[in-house]
Design a protein around this ligand. Structure first.
Ligand code: KG4
Ligand code: ZN
Length: 359
């Protein structure tokens, strides 16, 4: 079973080819991140326009990387099905991927699978084999039951998978996603967008015990909240330069020293990561899963991997950082499992986007 996966829910235009749900044949990601960096966050219209320009070249490159010796027609004859993200995400961005996949499904006569972006993040962990250079993949696929911690720019979720397509959502964020909090703290401290990698980098030079920051206490044990932590960091930064809460956040970067920025980044990162790891440990103890996986852009964070491995007593296999942030490989992988398990296909003449799709 060979599936072409197409992803366009946010600012990455991505396509990939996966065989049998574990072998990565190609993975092409074009990010419009540079175009958004000056605004400090993704601008939906710019993202959608960029998808329109790049989606066909990205798909062509994914086919070329997977089957370099074949003609275009021969490449397509290798593909058994197409999988595409139909939600959650930005409306205009999702439309480009879905309309492209629908058209290709009809013209190339391939079954179409509609993929939930958040579920697909988990499936990046099932890839264990590739001939492509520069990937470090897990030695084996996760074994069910699987506890999944999904942490990205749009999502913070804990899910318990009994099997493929049989899972419970244990809890999610009440307000901001953890990646969003990383992005906001980067803005407060004047670190470049996207915030996750730049906070992680600044944190390497900071003291993570310098500042005491709060962890949200919630009555539902598997829920997350990051808005209080975000406000606490803002107040802390204002305090550090001797100003009160009325001081505008956009003037903070110019007034904070390099040392203060690094210490804020390190202290924030420790607490934000501890917050999600605390919940993952709690869920591990309650459900005793065979495997634990992390997924989503924040799964690239080394501090998260370090804390999780230190506190959960099983061998956790982490996937390549390139497969944590948005990509087509995770879409193709989930597409493979849907096809191999006879899950319903989507109608290429009517599949609609669902920007607010949940797990
Ligand atoms: O999964 P993703 O590419 O897009 C969404 O579906 O949201 O995740 C992007 C998020 C951003 O908030 C980014 O700041 C964060 O992942 N991120 C990180 C790291 N790399 C990316 N956060 C913490 N540490 C990192 N190394
Ligand atoms: Zn994502």
């Amino acid at each position: 079973m060979i599936v072409l996966g197409i992803e366009s829910s946010c600012d990455e235009t991505a396509a990939a080819v996966v065989r049998d749900g574990y072998e990565l044949l190609s993975n092409i990601v074009f990010s419009s991140m540079d175009l958004h960096a000056v605004y400090g966050g993704v601008v939906p219209e710019i993202a959608a326009r960029s998808h329109i320009e790049s989606i066909i070249p990205v798909i062509e490159q994914a086919l070329e990387q997977a089957f370099p010796a074949l003609s275009t027609d021969e490449q397509w004859s290798q593909i058994d099905a197409i999988a595409v993200t139909y939600g959650a995400g930005l409306g205009g961005s999702l439309l480009v991927g879905v309309m492209t996949a629908r058209t290709l499904s009809v013209t190339k006569n391939k079954p179409l699978y509609a993929i939930n972006h958040v579920e697909a993040h988990v499936y990046a962990n099932f890839l264990t084999k590739t001939e492509l250079e520069g990937y470090t993949l897990p030695l084996k696929s996760p074994e069910f039951p699987v506890l999944a911690l999904i942490v990205s720019g749009g999502h913070s979720q804990l899910a318990y998978f009994r099997d493929h397509f049989d899972y419970d959502l244990l809890g999610q964020t009440r307000d901001d996603a953890i990646g969003e909090a990383f992005d906001k703290i980067a803005k407060i401290t004047g670190l470049p967008y996207p915030g996750g990698p730049s906070i992680a980098k600044a944190a390497e030079n900071g003291d993570d015990l310098m500042y005491k920051l709060p962890k949200a206490r919630l009555d539902k044990k598997y829920e997350f909240s990051f808005s209080g932590l975000k406000t606490a960091v803002l107040r802390l930064a204002q305090e550090q330069i001797g100003e009160d809460y009325t001081f505008p956040s956009f003037e903070l970067p110019a007034r904070l020293s390099e040392f203060q920025k690094n210490d804020i980044a390190a202290s924030f990162q420790r607490v934000a990561i501890e917050t999600v790891v605390d919940k993952a440990v709690l869920a591990y103890e309650e459900f005793q899963p065979k495997s634990v996986v992390i997924a989503g852009g924040v799964a690239a964070n080394q501090e998260l991997r370090r804390q999780l491995s230190a506190r959960i007593p099983i061998d956790i296999q982490y996937t390549d950082i390139k497969l944590c942030t948005d990509n087509g490989a995770m879409i193709a992988t989930l597409g493979c499992y849907k096809a191999m398990n006879n899950q319903a296909t989507a109608d290429p003449y009517s599949l609609q986007i669902e920007p607010n799709l949940s797990m």
